[in-house]
Design a protein around this ligand. Structure first.
Ligand code: NAD
Length: 255
């Protein structure tokens, strides 16, 4: 394993499950000092248990509800204090609510936008003043193939991820003179809590869902490790010429 993140101070949201956990463990294994944040404290405990014993003294946790401005303020203050600054922010917290668009409850729409899009904004806003003090500041945000292909029954989710793309592009240019890089990761279907908990409408037409998985691995869902290695590259100096753009990691689903 390379040690590209030795001495780097990193905050990862959604680190209590799936992709966020995979990313946190990979960055930790590459030498980072890391705060794993999530709304679910049981998930954070499992992430700590999954870390190599030799890495655990560099792993800290904090409960943050990314959709709640006060929770973000307090949680980020605590994380920045623990890390004594920050070099990389990874926004992997996210939720999905599927429905026919004409039946989608207003509350579900707002919750999806609130966590996926507003949550990403709130986290960036909270850490940016300290992040741009870093020599090599990086923000990695999570988009989805849902924002590029057409995913039925997922209008709120797709719209939230389209918003994340635009938010990331704005950040990349606005803070480029501070040396900040901001990149969107665009996963296809990955085997995590979001996909195992996916509840489509009872009469959903599965033929419309053909592009949920890629062509690699005989069409099986990807693994969080498939994403974690890419994030580790992007957030390291190996990714130093990547900003304001997307990296699609979908097994070829959209080709
Ligand atoms: N799994 C996929 O197929 C896939 C595809 C494209 C994009 N993504 C994106 O990847 C990211 C990670 O998702 P995942 O697939 O690992 O799902 P997951 O459900 O396994 O993990 C999501 C994590 O986010 C946390 N979370 C939810 N709401 C939160 C909140 N308000 N505050 C803080 N944490 C909160 C959950 O507790 C959970 O630990 C998400 O942004 C998701 O949209 C996933």
């Amino acid at each position: 394993m390379q040690r590209r993140h030795e001495g780097r101070r990193i905050l990862v949201t959604g680190a209590g499950s799936g992709i966020g956990r995979g990313v946190a463990l990979r960055l930790l294994a590459e030498g980072a000092t890391l705060v794993a944040a999530d709304i679910a404290e049981t998930g954070l405990k499992e992430t700590v248990e999954a870390a190599d014993a030799a890495d655990r003294d560099r792993l800290h946790t904090v409960r943050i509800d990314v959709a709640d401005p006060e929770s973000v303020r307090a949680g980020c203050a605590s994380a920045l204090n623990t890390l004594d600054g920050i070099d990389v922010l990874v926004n992997a917290a996210g939720i999905m609510r599927a429905a026919h668009t004409h039946e989608m409850p207003f509350e579900d729409w707002n919750q999806v936008i609130g966590v996926n899009l507003t949550g990403t904004f709130l986290m960036c806003r909270a850490v940016l003043p300290r992040l741009i003090e870093s020599d090599h500041p990086v923000i990695v945000n999570f988009s989805s193939t849902a924002a590029f292909g057409s995913n039925p029954y997922m209008a709120a989710y797709s719209a939230s991820k389209g918003g994340v793309n635009a938010l990331t592009h704005s950040l990349a240019l606005e803070y480029v003179k501070h040396g900040l890089r901001a990149v969107n990761i665009v996963p296809g279907g990955i085997n995590t809590g979001i996909t195992s908990g996916l509840q489509l409408p009872a009469d959903a037409d599965w033929k419309l869902m053909a592009r949920l998985t890629g062509w690699l691995n005989n069409g099986a869902l990807g693994d969080p490790k498939d994403i974690a290695g890419v994030v580790a590259m992007v957030a390291s100096e190996d990714g130093r010429y990547i900003t304001g753009s997307e990296i699609r990691v979908d097994g070829g689903a959209l080709m």
